[in-house]
Design a protein around this ligand. Structure first.
Ligand SMILES: NC(=O)C1=CN([C@@H]2O[C@H](COP(=O)(O)OP(=O)(O)OC[C@H]3O[C@@H](n4cnc5c(N)ncnc54)[C@H](O)[C@@H]3O)[C@@H](O)[C@H]2O)C=CC1
Ligand SMILES: N[C@@H](CC=O)C(=O)O
Length: 561
C-alpha cells in the first residue's frame, strides 16, 4: 500500500509538472485529469494514514499480555488514547520500567505473529519470549498447596497451554512459620493477603468461607486481576456481587472447583449446554456424605461409625456440619441451578435435609426395596398447568439399584443432566481432595491466562430467565411409603382410595404379611408416580387418619425412576 502511494505521488507530481509547462494542456480535459489524479491520491493517502495509526488501546496492550502492569502505566502515560483496532498486538520495551518517558521500543505485531509467539512447538532457539503473568495464591491448605505444587512442577506445560509464563509471586497464609507441604517454597509465603490480592494479574482464592475471602476477591477485581476460586459457600451467598465486580473490572471470574471437584460440571452447564434447555440436574455432589452412606450400605456400619471412618481418612472435617447437614451440597445445588436455568439461585432458595438421621434400618429398607440411599442435589424445571418455575433441593433419596447414581461409591461424585435436545448426560469423577480439585482450579488458571494473552473473556453471569423459585410443596417427586395395615379384605382398596383422593397415582405395591402381637398385619410398601410434594404429604396425612392403617412406618423420596 505504501509503495503504491509513493508511486502514485510521483505520477501525480509528474502530471502536474507536465500540465504546468505545456500551455496546450491548459484545457478543460487537462484540468479534469489533474483534479482526478489529485482525488485518487487524496483517497489513497487517507487509507495509508489510517493504517499507520497505532493499533490498540493501552488497556489492550496490557490485556494482550505482551506488557506487564508496570509497562501499562508507561503505555497509558506515553500513548493513552490509542485507537482501538484489535487485529494487532504490541510489545513495549522500557529502558526504565514504569517511566513513560523511557519507552525504548514499541513493536507492532500482527495477530499471526502473536499466535506464533504462543506456539509451543517452535524450536527453542526460534521461540519468541512469552509474556509473564503474575499469579497470587490466597491459602495454602489441602487444595492451595497442590495448586502451587503443580504450577511449579509443570511450569513449561502451563506456559505452552496458556501462552504466558505463570509466575507465583506470593502465597498468603495465616501463619508463615506453621509446618506445611514442602512443595510450597517458604520464600513465597506472606501473611499479607491484601497485598497478594491486589498486586497480581491472576488471583487464586483458596482460603474458603465468606470473609475475608469476599473482601479479598473484590479487592483483586478492583486491581484488575482475574479471579479463580473454589469457594462454593461464597458464590452461593454473594455470586451476583462477585460477577458484577468482575464485569466492572472487565476481567475473568472462574469457579470450576466449586462444584464436584475435578468434574467439569460448571463448564458443561455454563458453556457446553448454552445451546440447549436444561430440564433437570440430579447429582451426588458431596463426597463426604456419599462415603458415609456407602460405608453404611456396603459394610453395615452405623452413621457414627461411618462418620468416624470418613474423618480418619480426611474426607470429613473435625466439624462435619457443612457436609453432613447438606449445606455444602446445597451451596453446590444453588450454583448448579443458577447455571442450568439462567436464574439467580442463592442458599436460601434451596430446601435442605442432611443425613444425620439416617439409620442402619433405613439402609436395610432401601435394599429391601431394590434401592440405594443417596444424598442428592436436585435442580428441576417445572413448566406445566400447575406450576412454572424451578425447584432446588438437597435431601436423602432412594435411587433404584440399576440407576447410574446408585453405583457411585466412596467419595466420588456424579451429576446427571437432562436437556431438551441433548437428552441425558452423565458426569462422574472425584469430587474432592487436593489434587483432583487443583486440576479444576488450574483449568481455570489456564483459561484466564490465555484470555489475558490473546483477548477474550470468561462468560458473564447469565440470569436473563429470572424464573420463580417454587415453594417446596410444588416440587415434583415420587414417594415410597411404608405402612402397617390390617391384613384383611379391603385394606389395600382403602389405602389406594386415600392416594386417589389426593390425586396421587400409585406406581407399585409390595406386601409382606406377618403377625404382630396378636394382630394380623401386612407391611405394605407403596411407590407413587411423580406428584407435587404438597399432594404427597396430604396423602400421607390421609393414610394416618385411615382406620385400617395401623402405622405409617416411613416416607422417603424416590428419584431416578
Ligand atoms: N478440599 C476439597 O476437597 C475441596 C475444597 N474446595 C474449596 O476450596 C477452598 C479451599 O479448601 P481446602 O484447601 O480444603 O481448605 P483448607 O482449610 O485445607 O485450606 C484453607 C487454608 O487457608 C488458610 N486461610 C484461612 N484464612 C486465611 C487468611 N485470612 N489468610 C491466609 N490464609 C488463610 C487456612 O489456614 C488454610 O491453610 C474452599 O473454598 C473449599 O470449599 C472445593 C472443592 C473440593
Ligand atoms: N467437603 C466436600 C469437598 C469440597 O467440595 C465434599 O465432601 O464433597
Amino acid at each position: 500500500m505504501l509503495v503504491l502511494w509513493a508511486l502514485l505521488t510521483c505520477v501525480l507530481v509528474g502530471v502536474l509538472l507536465m500540465v504546468a509547462i505545456t500551455p496546450s494542456l491548459y484545457t478543460v480535459i487537462g484540468v479534469a485529469l489533474s483534479l482526478s489524479a489529485l482525488g485518487v491520491w487524496g483517497l489513497l493517502s487517507a487509507r495509508v494514514l489510517h493504517n499507520l495509526r497505532l493499533p490498540i488501546s493501552a488497556r489492550d496492550f496490557y490485556r494482550s499480555g505482551h506488557v506487564t502492569s508496570t509497562d501499562l502505566s508507561a503505555c497509558a502515560g506515553g500513548g493513552g488514547g490509542l485507537s482501538p483496532r484489535p487485529p494487532m498486538l504490541c510489545r513495549v520495551t522500557l529502558a526504565h520500567p514504569g517511566e513513560p518517558a523511557h519507552i525504548r521500543e514499541v513493536v507492532l505485531l500482527s495477530q499471526q505473529a502473536a499466535q506464533e509467539t504462543a506456539q509451543p512447538t517452535a524450536p527453542a532457539a526460534a521461540r519468541p519470549q512469552r509474556p509473564t503473568l503474575r499469579v497470587g495464591v490466597l491459602g495454602s491448605g489441602t487444595v492451595g498447596s497442590q495448586v502451587i505444587r503443580l504450577l511449579l512442577e509443570q511450569a513449561d506445560d502451563f506456559a505452552a497451554r496458556s501462552g504466558a509464563r505463570l509466575e507465583i509471586t506470593g502465597v498468603a497464609v495465616r501463619d508463615v512459620d506453621a509446618p506445611r507441604d514442602e512443595a510450597v517454597p517458604r520464600e513465597l509465603l506472606t501473611d499479607d493477603a491484601q497485598a497478594v490480592a491486589t498486586s497480581n494479574d491472576i488471583v487464586i482464592e483458596l482460603i474458603g468461607g465468606i470473609e475475608p475471602a469476599r473482601t479479598l476477591i473484590l479487592a483483586a477485581f478492583a486491581s484488575g486481576a482475574s479471579v479463580i476460586t473454589g469457594n462454593k459457600a461464597l458464590i452461593a451467598a454473594h455470586g451476583p456481587e462477585l460477577y458484577a465486580a468482575a464485569a466492572e473490572a472487565n476481567t475473568d471470574f472462574y469457579y470450576e472447583a466449586a462444584v464436584a471437584g475435578a468434574i467439569p460440571v460448571v463448564y458443561a452447564l455454563r458453556e457446553s449446554m448454552a445451546g440447549d434447555r436444561v430440564t433437570s440436574v440430579l447429582g451426588i455432589v458431596n463426597g463426604t456424605t456419599n462415603y458415609i452412606l456407602d460405608e453404611m450400605s456396603t459394610k453395615g456400619l452405623s452413621f457414627e461409625e461411618a462418620l468416624a471412618a470418613a474423618q480418619e481418612l480426611g474426607y470429613a472435617e473435625a466439624d462435619p456440619t457443612a457436609d453432613v447437614d447438606g449445606l455444602d451440597a446445597a451451596a453446590k445445588a444453588a450454583i448448579i441451578a443458577s447455571l442450568a436455568f439462567h436464574t439467580r439461585v442463592g442458599m436460601n432458595d434451596v430446601e435442605v435435609e442432611g443425613i444425620r438421621s439416617i439409620t442402619a434400618d433405613d439402609i436395610r429398607e432401601a435394599h429391601a426395596s431394590g434401592c440405594e440411599l443417596k444424598l442428592l442435589a436436585v435442580a428441576q424445571r417445572r413448566e406445566d398447568e400447575q406450576a412454572n418455575g424451578i425447584s432446588v433441593r438437597v435431601h436423602p433419596a432412594l435411587v433404584p439399584a440399576d440407576h447410574p447414581l446408585a453405583s457411585v461409591h466412596g467419595g466420588f461424585n456424579a451429576v446427571l443432566v437432562e436437556a431438551e435436545a441433548a437428552g441425558r448426560l452423565m458426569f462422574y469423577g472425584q469430587g474432592a481432595g487436593g489434587t483432583p480439585t487443583a486440576s479444576a482450579v488450574l483449568s481455570d488458571v489456564v483459561a484466564a491466562a490465555a484470555h489475558r494473552v490473546n483477548g477474550g473473556q470468561a462468560p458473564r453471569e447469565s440470569s436473563y430467565a429470572d424464573l420463580p423459585i417454587l415453594p417446596p410443596e410444588l416440587a415434583l417427586t415420587r414417594y415410597q411409603v411404608q405402612l402397617r395395615v390390617a391384613d384383611a379384605p379391603g385394606s389395600l382398596a382403602a389405602v389406594a382410595q386415600v392416594f386417589a383422593d389426593h390425586d396421587v397415582s400409585i406406581n407399585s405395591v409390595r406386601q409382606a404379611s406377618y403377625v404382630d402381637v396378636g394382630d394380623e398385619l401386612a407391611l405394605v410398601t407403596i411407590v407413587t408416580h411423580a406428584a407435587p410434594v404438597g399432594r404427597l404429604e396430604a396423602a400421607v396425612e390421609g393414610l394416618r387418619a385411615q382406620e385400617r392403617v395401623a402405622e405409617v412406618v416411613s416416607t422417603r423420596r424416590v428419584e431416578g425412576l
